[in-house]
Design a protein around this ligand. Structure first.
Ligand code: FMN
Length: 273
């Protein structure tokens, strides 16, 4: 039976229906300052008018090195937070829940004139030191705290699409010899724990359910990562795919089987324990 228009509760979040707007970068901070502007206010108001149960705001950088492009949003300075507070209030006028996707592009950042950080030293990429890792984890926590202050109903950690968290998770990028390489989930665990603690509300995570590369994480590896996230207090796994190497054939519903498999694997685990 179709339940699309029935309410649902996820991690204490009451949704009036099950329609969700996926996070989609709009690349429209023309001033390259990461501050939401009239475009964003209109765009997200317009989405809210469509009456979805929830909107996941586009990938928003947790620090100055985390932007995907020059024109992405940020949530780490006062002007950015002030504009986002206004954006949230506009969406709430139409009785729609909104969360923010907290993101760090890592070695995929295309920001001009800004150093690029990733798990490994590469051409034009600074391999992150332990001090950098501690700082970036703190930046995720600060962003989660800011999201709470801005009024967001939930946050989503961007752990997919080959961005920083995904870079730490995958053997395709992370070949560190320290503890962050021996346990490739360590960076993710620290970020999730910090965000769950700082936000004090529903935390989602987006994961790539398939890396489309036989030398990357297997679908089973990613299911274990999903389980880990739930054990750390995440209440929703938003399953996407790819972002690192090969591009799959994109067609309607091409990723749905990955979410179905994740759900089944975690349900089986629950019933067997
Ligand atoms: C222009 C554009 C921007 C996107 N930006 C983001 C983003 O900020 N964060 C994210 O997790 N996914 C992003 N995505 C992926 C979408 O959320 C979505 O997963 C993808 O379009 C596949 O849609 P489907 O799951 O309905 O098939 C973007 C996609 C597009 C087309």
């Amino acid at each position: 039976m179709m339940k699309t228009f029935e309410p649902i509760e996820i991690g204490g979040l009451h949704l009036k229906n099950r329609v969700g707007v996926a996070p989609m970068c709009t690349y429209l901070c023309e001033k390259k300052d990461g501050v939401a502007n009239d475009f964003h206010f209109t765009h997200y108001t317009n989405l809210a008018l469509g009456q979805p149960g929830l909107i996941i705001q586009e990938a928003t950088a947790v620090n100055e090195f985390g932007y995907i492009s020059d024109h992405c949003l940020g949530i780490f300075n006062p002007r950015q937070k002030e504009a986002l507070t206004h954006l949230v209030s506009l969406v709430h006028r139409y009785d729609t829940k909104i969360g923010i996707q907290l993101a760090h592009a890592g070695n995929k950042s295309k920001r001009s004139h800004t150093p690029v950080y990733g798990p490994m030293d590469e051409t034009n990429v600074i391999g992150m030191s332990h001090a950098d890792i501690d700082k970036f984890v703190q930046d995720f926590a600060n962003a989660a705290k800011a999201a709470r202050a801005c009024g967001y109903d939930f946050v989503e950690i961007h752990g997919a699409h080959g961005y920083l968290i995904n870079q730490f998770l995958t053997p395709l990028v992370n070949q560190r010899s320290d503890e962050y390489g021996q346990d490739r989930t360590l960076f993710l665990k620290r970020v999730v724990q910090a965000v769950v603690k700082a936000f004090e509300g529903p935390v989602f995570i987006r994961l790539s359910g398939d890396e489309y590369d036989p030398t990357g994480n297997s679908v089973e590896d990613i299911q274990k990562i999903g389980e880990l996230c739930l054990n750390l207090g995440v209440c929703l796994l938003n399953i996407s795919s790819g972002g690192l190497r090969n591009i799959p054939v994109v067609k309607p519903l091409y990723q749905v089987h990955l979410a179905t498999q994740m759900k089944q694997a975690l349900t089986d685990l629950k019933t067997s324990s």
